[in-house]
Design a protein around this ligand. Structure first.
Ligand SMILES: Nc1ncnc2c1ncn2[C@@H]1O[C@H](COP(=O)(O)OP(=O)(O)O)[C@@H](O)[C@H]1O
Ligand SMILES: O=C(O)[C@@H](COP(=O)(O)O)OP(=O)(O)O
Length: 306
């Protein structure tokens, strides 16, 4: 039997080589699952041929990387980039924001899954907990959706200001307190987490938190209005979805104003804006950006591959 030796927090452990585990890590780099399993079997055959019965993870990764380069350079590069991020010593806090319907929860799920991050929370859930603590009378906007918060403003804003955005800012400002608490707790406990939702807005979360090397924020957009609208139809078609399509469509005009505000805030605070048209391209952009900001090595991998 081939044993693989790894290390967690300075402690060594060994476990049997598993084609399934290796194949899973290759699918994270976009390799087709069937191809990934065949490739993992080839690696196993190679180790057997070389009569290797104990190998460290680093040595195994080297072999996988070399063989992958021969098969598919792009997948080899992705495999290495994902690994570099996963090996990051500090916990990773990934914040994904965007107007309702642009795909923050779908993308957060994919990113968490591929990076092996086990914690993910939506800001809607944080808001829901906060609703149990603060009364509607005290903070009426907390009880609204981001795009209807303007209806709860106690004092109507002057006509020259956009009331939708005034309401949105008020709503986000409150929920940001809960978002900050989750970030602080994750940093304290050393837990990696992906936090996603409409309340992740550049400029609203404390600078000392978002400026940390291991905290990364992204804003997703869908520039084409019709594609954006179509996402609500596709989401509401899913059988598990319990969210009323009619409501999103009738407030779509307000959601688009918020969408524009997200773009402006992202530009102002230098937060990467990623057009979420195609899932794979979106994930690739996030991963490239993460390697630039949180781990050195993205460039080295690209150079190694040539
Ligand atoms: N890149 C994409 N391509 C196609 N459909 C997408 C993409 N991203 C998200 N979707 C779909 O759009 C709908 C809205 O996405 P969701 O993640 O629920 O948005 P949000 O959490 O931002 O409101 C869902 O049905 C989802 O499957
Ligand atoms: O406040 C909002 O804009 C949405 C955000 O949810 P997503 O559409 O981003 O999932 O929550 P709602 O009140 O409609 O449940």
């Amino acid at each position: 039997m081939i044993m693989v030796q790894g290390e967690v927090s300075g402690k060594k452990y060994t476990e049997p080589f598993s084609k399934g585990v290796l194949a899973r890590s290759l699918t994270r780099a976009e390799m087709d699952p069937n191809k990934a399993y065949t490739f993992a079997s080839k690696i196993e055959a190679y180790l057997k041929k070389k009569k290797i019965d104990l190998i460290t993870i680093d040595e195994l990764v080297e072999i996988v990387f070399d063989k992958l380069k021969e098969e598919d350079k792009e997948i080899a590069e992705k495999y290495m980039l994902w690994r570099r991020i996963r090996e990051h010593k500090e916990p990773l806090i990934i914040l994904i924001g965007g107007a309702s319907g642009v795909g923050t929860s779908s993308i957060a799920f994919e990113v968490a899954n591929r990076l092996g991050i086990r914690n993910m929370i939506s800001t809607d859930m944080i808001r829901e907990v906060m609703r149990k603590i603060v009364s509607r009378d005290l903070l009426p906007s907390l009880y609204e959706s981001s795009y209807t918060a303007y209806q709860s403003l106690r004092i109507p804003p002057p006509p020259e200001l956009d009331e939708v955005l005034i309401g949105f800012r008020d709503h986000v400002d409150t929920v940001s307190v809960g978002v900050e608490a989750v970030i602080e707790r994750a940093l304290k406990e050393g837990i990696s987490i992906v936090i996603e939702g409409v309340h992740i807005v550049p400029g609203f979360i404390r600078e000392d938190l978002v400026n940390k090397e291991n905290v990364a924020m992204f804003v997703l957009t869908v520039p084409d209005e019709n594609i954006h609208k179509g996402r609500f139809y596709s989401r509401c078609r899913q059988t598990w979805a319990r969210r009323p399509l009619k409501r999103y469509i009738s407030y779509f005009w307000a959601i688009r104003r918020i969408h524009k505000y997200f773009e402006a805030q992202a530009r102002k605070y230098n937060v990467p804006v990623i057009e979420n048209i195609d899932v794979v391209t979106t994930i690739d952009s996030i991963i490239k950006s993460l390697t630039k900001t949180t781990v050195k090595g993205g460039k080295e991998v690209a150079e190694e591959i040539g």
